[in-house]
Design a binder for this molecule. Structure first.
Ligand code: GTP
Ligand code: MG
Length: 540
């Protein structure tokens, strides 16, 4: 789908607004992009075919702009005088059948004065007298800048005293490419050839190889001048063909300017591959930071493990409580020191990403979440794993063996008791039949010892092999901490991935608009040589 210039402006604005609110571009860059407007000469009229050529007198105060328009009209339609500045409004002079449907918005109606004529030969021209743009009158400048985008041909008026005006020159340089230019050296009755030559040279520096300059006199005296040539030149330009060519060129110039600004914006957004490097940067940064964190945690982990071992019953039996009510808890593990180290790593990461020439505000904003979440991750993970470790201390083999010994602790003494009981019964009946001594003291001692030993050995083994709760807690805490550090790492990485995707998307959108600006055939100036006045009026 081919876009109009106004569509491109709209797309650019929409992109700039979301990009600035997400932090991809600075408010200044967004402003530059939003400053593009779709004001054109054709915007003053309804789109119903041909329109007149818009010609405006522009220049410093007192050079004679209003006097030139009055001379053209043959009557005093614009205020001209010695007061500086004289004109504080825009005067339009056009044929009575011409209707300007859309006057520039934002301007008070009393700032526009309209005079009409019925000369059919000049029907296709709208003449405009603008106020000055260099006096102290700020509202005059606003008026000029509001009208400038609607002008096809600017007649830049200077006087012999004021042709080197700095402000005017800057305006000429910045607006140069956007209009066709004619130059008038008015008050020529006071001028000298050297000034004319110098003015011409200055224009050459501004990009006009062969500028069209008219020397005019609008004073009382009937001094010979080139006013009629000026009129004739404008008249020769006021045809459909030239208007269409100027329109086409105007749009192309504006598109080129938008393209240039979008290219600058693309540069500020950084290269698409740069965020890939950010992932590598974080990986190496986190490697060293997690190493430091592990070192720093050695002692607090031991302290905490001892405390958990002491309060293991509380911890395992009260799953509703996230931590032991009093004393150190897992939150103590991720203390201010750890949070500061983590914060330092994130800050260093952001600085490094900035050094890659990438916008960092979106990354910074999204990292806030993980920055705040880190203590909670560590607390949850270490508690989860310490709980599991305390509920099932030791490893599986150890636990199996201990279960077996616990069974032995019951079975063996019972077996010994059963055997002794059996011996006693058998001995009792045998002693009755044989009238021998019933069992005896030795048997009593030995059997008691047997029962005792059969219970004592498993008891001793259980006591000796019972896994240390402290060690289990330590193992749980270490595992939990490892897991937490892994989780923090992947949280950061997923944010980086997310930001990378968003970055690519932003680049894609700007590239698309920029491509649209350079798409199409564009404007190709007609190669009709320097005898074509239009070619001499344009900066190429
Ligand atoms: N000597 C001489 N005086 C001129 C000429 N043209 C205009 N003037 C006088 O210069 C003064 C300023 O003329 P304006 O036409 O008001 O000048 P302007 O450029 O419209 O000035 P602003 O409205 O203030 O921007 C007036 O007093 C004119 O009479 C000229 O060719 N020669
Ligand atoms: Mg004036």
């Amino acid at each position: 789908m081919a876009y109009d210039y106004s569509d491109l402006i709209e797309l650019t604005k929409r992109w700039a607004e979301q990009a600035v609110s997400a932090g991809w571009i600075s408010p200044e860059t967004a402003q530059t992009l939003c400053d593009f407007d779709d004001r054109t000469p054709e915007a003053l009229f309804n789109h119903n075919g041909s329109r007149p050529l818009i010609v405006a007198f522009m220049g410093g105060t007192g050079v004679g702009k209003s006097s030139l328009l009055n001379r053209l009209a043959g009557k005093a339609i614009a205020k001209a005088g010695i007061e500086r500045p004289t004109s504080r409004e825009v005067t339009l002079f056009h044929h009575q059948d011409i209707a300007i449907q859309h006057l520039p918005e934002k301007l008070p109606i009393d700032k526009i004065r309209i005079a009409q004529h019925d000369d059919e030969t000049k029907k296709n021209i709208v003449w405009i007298d603008m106020p000055d743009f260099d006096s102290t009158e700020q509202s005059n400048k606003v008026l000029v800048f509001e009208w400038l985008p609607h002008i096809d041909v600017l007649i830049y008026v200077v006087s012999p005293e004021r042709y080197r005006d700095e402000k005017a020159w800057r305006l000429l340089m910045s607006e140069g490419n956007r209009h066709a230019w004619l130059f008038v050296l008015n008050q020529w009755d006071r001028g000298q050839q050297a000034q004319f030559e110098d003015f011409k040279q200055q224009l050459g520096k501004a990009g006009f190889v062969e500028p069209i300059i008219f020397k005019t006199v609008c004073g009382e005296s009937s001094y010979p001048d080139e006013f009629t040539d000026l009129q004739a030149t404008i008249l020769s330009l006021s045809n459909k063909h030239v208007v269409a060519e100027l329109e086409q060129r105007g749009i192309q110039v504006r598109k080129d300017e938008l393209w240039g600004t979008l290219q600058n914006t693309l540069q500020k957004l950084g290269s698409p591959s740069a965020y890939k490097k950010a992932e590598e940067l974080w990986a190496s940064l986190w490697k060293s930071t997690s190493g430091h964190l592990h070192q720093g945690f050695v002692w607090p982990i031991q302290k905490l493990a001892a405390y958990y071992a002491d309060h293991s019953a509380d911890l395992v039996n009260n799953p509703a409580n996230s931590s032991i009510p009093s004393g150190p808890s897992a939150t103590a593990l991720w203390d201010d020191w750890a949070q500061a180290r983590f914060g330092d790593a994130l800050d260093e990461f952001i600085v490094n990403v900035d050094a890659l020439g990438l916008p960092v505000v979106p990354l910074k904003n999204q990292l806030v979440a993980v920055r705040n979440k880190a203590p909670k991750i560590v607390q949850t993970q270490s508690e989860l794993h310490v709980r599991a470790a305390l509920a099932y201390p030791g490893n599986a083999l150890q636990r199996g063996f201990l279960k077996f010994i616990r069974v032995c602790e019951i079975i063996l003494p019972l077996a010994a008791i059963a055997w002794v009981g059996d011996e006693i019964l058998v001995g009792y009946y045998e002693s009755n039949e044989t009238h021998n001594h019933y069992l005896g003291v030795d048997f009593a001692i030995h059997s008691s010892l047997l029962i005792l030993i059969s219970w004592l050995i498993p008891w001793y083994i259980l006591k000796k092999l019972k896994p240390s709760l402290e060690k289990s807690a330590l193992r749980g805490l270490t595992k939990g901490l490892d897991k937490a550090i892994q989780m923090i790492d992947s949280e950061v990485l997923s944010i980086v991935e997310n930001v990378t995707e968003q970055h690519n998307d932003q680049l894609k959108q700007v590239t698309q608009i920029s491509d649209e600006c350079s798409a199409g055939d564009g404007y190709k100036p007609e190669k009709t040589g320097s005898d074509n006045p239009l070619m001499r009026m344009l900066i190429n």
